[in-house]
Design a protein. Structure first.
Length: 483
């Protein structure tokens, strides 16, 4: 058996993929596992012995003809076609697309053949977007910033491959890379960068936090980061007491970060690859999570880790962050605003608004057949009643089409109904996950004749109506199960 995993995302996503790839190899011990990634991030697969071969998408070569004075679109297409054909001839039995992107859906479609089992985004035969499995449908509808999902990406990847994770899936590279740098016997590692500039702190903020912390602990700081963050590292070093900082920013290979992180008492940082490397070395983390990040999905998973949440850097108290780090180092109790890593799913313990808890429980009911939570908020109830009325009209119009075959008369009513339901969802956030579920299920309908598509669409609207009726008929204790 030959398996391909597509992971075209950044370094952090690749390290979050490691446990799932190990679980995949454990599920199919005789399989030959390949991965497809971008050259810039291929190093992140070094030491993952579950992978037999790493294919690198030749991005620069493919894009080069497009940036010439005379754009050569055909040349670029031909280069991509040659690469895709080579992978297609590998004749993969299974393809798992971890990238969840439009580009990866096309690559998955063209690399696969009629006998390939595909999980993750792909394309139908006519080129339209296809979501073949339930986990990918969940990701499409419910995962991302400002959405109520609380499943970590590590769990999402493992669910995609259909295998439960074990503690052994969370381990560093083998063999452990060596580090050429002289490190203190004990230290605090600080990653000053992030995958995006909106996810990290300024040099001034980092300096404030470390200066306050330096007054509380004698442990030195080891700064890590990329070459592009060297000026920030230099600024912090110059502003700190001489000898308190070991600045390795821009001076290490990616793989050298593993022993540095593993040897640290704690890793401090924002949303970044080192946070996920720390999950594999089981190094406690203090994660600073800003509003552009959904910590439920991408926070650190190593035990004894904590998360400090703030909308922006301006909302973040340097004194508070330093106190959280100090308490983490000494095993002291944190205040109630600090988020803790826990075993199981969700992976964190946090005090959250009642509305957010409802949306999470509602997701579990929709996708995991758990009890539907009650919600007697007047705005929610009113939105449900309006959606139910609109959906009934849409079902009536679809019934007319089914009987008469005349789409022209019904189409304006159906289209207007879709617009109204989407508008209501925007006004009442508690209904958004339900509407996204219903919209995604319709996206999943494969190409077929009009009657087949109509019947499947009506089935989705019928199920949508059942959920609406459940809340419309009882604002206190909804039924426990939909049949």
């Amino acid at each position: 058996m030959k398996i391909l995993v597509l992971q075209l995302a950044r370094l952090g996503d690749i390290y979050m993929s490691w446990p799932a790839i190990r679980a995949l190899r454990r599920k199919f011990p005789e399989a030959e596992v390949h991965v497809l990634t971008r050259p810039r991030f291929a190093t992140a697969f070094e030491g993952l012995t579950s992978v037999h071969k790493v294919h690198q998408l030749p991005t620069k070569e493919i894009l080069a003809p497009l940036v010439q004075p005379k754009m050569e679109v055909q040349e670029s297409f031909d280069l991509l076609s040659v690469f895709v054909d080579q992978l297609h001839h590998e004749a993969y039995d299974k393809i798992y697309n971890f990238s969840f992107s439009p580009l990866s859906s096309y690559l998955t479609h063209y690399i696969s053949n009629s006998a390939t089992e595909v999980c993750g985004y792909t394309r139908f035969k006519d080129g339209f977007f296809a979501i073949p499995d339930d986990m990918s449908a969940y990701f499409y509808a419910q995962v991302g910033i400002d959405r109520p999902n609380r499943f970590h990406l590590i769990e999402i990847f493992s669910s995609l491959v259909g295998s439960d994770l074990t503690p052994d899936d969370f381990r560093p590279p083998h063999p452990m890379p060596s580090c050429s740098k002289n490190l203190p016997r004990e230290y605090i590692a600080v990653h000053i960068g992030a995958s995006e500039s909106t996810k990290t702190l300024s040099a001034e903020k980092w300096t404030q936090i470390l200066q306050i912390l330096h007054q509380q602990t004698a442990l030195p700081f080891v700064l890590i980061g990329s070459e592009g963050e060297a000026l920030i590292g230099k600024h912090i070093t110059e502003m700190m007491e001489l000898g308190s900082v070991h600045n390795l920013v821009g001076q290490t290979k990616l793989t050298e970060l593993f022993p540095i992180i593993k040897g640290a008492r704690v890793l401090i940082g924002c949303d970044s690859a080192p946070m996920h490397m720390a999950t594999l070395t089981n190094t406690p983390c203090v994660n600073i999570s800003l509003a552009s990040v959904n910590f439920w999905e991408t926070g650190p998973r190593s035990m004894d880790s904590v998360i400090v949440r703030a909308k922006t850097e301006e909302d973040l108290s340097s004194e508070k962050v330093a106190t959280v780090i100090y308490r983490n180092l000494n095993g002291e109790k944190q205040d109630l605003s600090v988020i803790h890593t826990t075993a199981g799913t969700p992976s964190y313990s946090a005090f959250t608004p009642k509305s957010a808890d409802f949306e999470w429980l509602f997701l579990r009911a929709l996708y995991m057949a758990e009890d539907f939570p009650s919600n007697d908020d007047p705005n929610f109830v009113d939105a449900i009643v309006q959606m139910a009325e609109i959906n009934q009209i849409m079902l009536q119009q679809m019934g007319n089409v089914d009987r008469s075959g005349d789409v022209a008369k019904a189409a304006p009513f159906i289209e207007r109904g879709e617009e109204i339901i989407e508008t209501i969802a925007k006004l009442v956030p508690a209904t958004q996950s339900l509407v996204r579920w219903y919209q995604t299920e319709k996206v999943r309908i494969p190409p077929a004749d009009m009657k087949t598509i109509l019947q499947r669409t009506m089935e989705i609207h019928d199920l949508f109506q059942k959920v609406l009726d459940l809340y419309k008929n009882s604002t206190r204790t909804p039924e426990k199960e939909l049949r």
